[in-house]
Design a protein around this ligand. Structure first.
Ligand code: F0G
Length: 418
């Protein structure tokens, strides 16, 4: 089980009040002197630790870097990112019988997904460490973000994608931003195995969510939700529902809340229940939560229309499982049909998201039906990527175009006849 105490006494290996700690054995490491993604001693996941944890008064400005006091640097390679809208969705509220449902639309980031929040910090760390090539495995969004931030930082970028399983918009982004794209004959988990080997042998700096600094940037989703919800609604949300792939966001949000609690910025009963949603065809986290396991069993065969979360080996599970459990959350699997129905429901409110994002609404719907979410809960659903990321899925879920003649008369006739 993960090592959960946030230790704030600064070890001698710290640089400017920042260090890395293993969540399993507690071993501490210097943050930027050498490249390291997991613990030298036990191979456990690492997380960033700080000598000083900020409270609300320490934040100023807008976007990810508003929260610099909670990050390892004061500024980063920025496009800029964050400051995404918290949408009201009255139709969905009415249908679900809930008073307050808000949708945090991370698809409104510069490259159209939450990954930008991690990259602005992760690429800054890469500059500090002094690497010349960045790499990631990706179901698409990470590659789009890394390509853009790598381009901005003038660093070479290598992305490994599962061949034929990445939505068109994402490949186009990686391509135009100039990443070198390797299409791997295998699924995302195979891509991540390979890129981890490349990183370990020094071929490239890894910017998947195994990299603890990327999750520091993604922590700002939680900080932003808490501030926005409090300012608009007068209190903090009771629950945050999010799609889960590699479980990086789940881990990042949990760390966000642990730090806020440790600094005294919130009380323990202010921590929202972290609720993860996976596609039925790729649901090892749901399986682990349902069975009470402290680890996940890797799924070798995965399939879902929500290609962004087509993942069988969520590498951040050791951070995310304790997060879901200790915040009183849960995890639920949804079918592709339920995902598409939720994508349409959001679209009817004017909110355009890609399939994986709609999993959060589909999951909330399911948890309302099962009675796991109470009538008086205030819920934030995270939508992680923009509609245009996956134009094919959007067109399939939407209405069909109607062919008409090229004359006004013909168009009027068509409208009258149909
Ligand atoms: N939603 C979208 C749109 C994503 O692209 C991802 C992950 C997730 C949800 C899941 O987030 O991994 O933090 O649990 N996409 C990664 C990628 C794997 O390569 O773009 P997670």
């Amino acid at each position: 089980m993960a090592h959960l105490d946030l230790q704030t006494e600064q070890p001698s290996c710290a640089t400017d009040g920042v260090w890395l700690a293993c969540i399993e054995c507690g071993e501490q490491f210097a943050p930027f002197e050498s490249v390291r993604y997991t613990c030298d001693e036990c191979d456990g996941l690492l997380e960033a630790r700080y000598a000083d944890l900020p409270t609300w008064d320490d934040f100023a400005g807008s976007g990810v870097w508003r929260y610099a006091a909670a990050l390892p640097f004061d500024e980063g390679v920025s496009l800029p990112e964050g400051n995404t809208p918290l949408h009201e969705v009255p139709g969905i509220e009415a249908e679900l019988g809930l008073d307050r449902v808000r949708v945090k639309h991370e698809g409104m980031n510069p490259t159209g997904s939450f990954k930008d929040r991690g990259m602005t910090v992760g690429v800054r760390v890469a500059e500090r460490v002094g690497v010349d090539r960045l790499a990631c495995a990706s179901t698409g969004n990470t590659s789009a973000a890394l390509a853009a931030y790598g381009a901005r930082a003038n660093l070479e970028t290598l992305v490994l994608l599962p061949a034929g399983k990445v939505a068109a918009g994402k490949v186009a982004q990686a391509s135009l931003h100039g990443a070198r794209i390797l299409e791997v004959d295998g699924n995302f988990d195979t891509c991540l195995d390979i890129v981890q080997d490349l990183a370990t042998s020094g071929e490239a700096y890894l910017l998947n969510s195994l990299n603890p600094f990327r999750l520091e940037g993604q922590k700002t989703i939680g900080l932003e939700i808490m501030e926005q919800f409090r300012d608009e609604e007068g209190d903090y949300p009771d629950r945050i529902v999010l799609p889960v792939g590699n479980a990086g966001n789940t881990a990042a949000l949990y760390k966000c809340f642990r730090e806020l609690e440790a600094s005294g910025a919130i009380d323990s009963d202010d921590v929202p229940a972290l609720t993860g949603v996976q596609a039925e065809g790729a649901a090892p986290m749901v399986e682990a939560i349902e069975n009470g396991w402290d680890h996940i069993e890797r799924w070798d065969e995965v399939e879902t229309r929500a290609t962004a979360i087509r993942i069988g080996n969520p590498v951040n599970a050791p951070k995310a499982l304790p997060g879901i459990r200790s915040t009183g959350g849960t995890a639920v699997a949804v079918s592709d049909e339920e995902i598409t129905a939720a994508q349409r429901a959001l679209a009817e409110e004017g909110v355009g998201v890609e399939p994986a994002s709609a999993a959060s609404i589909a999951g909330l719907r399911k948890l309302r039906e099962s009675g796991d979410v109470d009538d008086d809960e205030r819920v934030v659903c995270l939508t992680t990527g923009h509609l245009l990321k996956d134009p094919e899925a959007a067109a399939e879920a939407g209405v069909d175009p109607e062919p008409v003649p090229g004359t006004t008369e013909g168009v009027v006739e068509h409208l009258e006849a149909n």
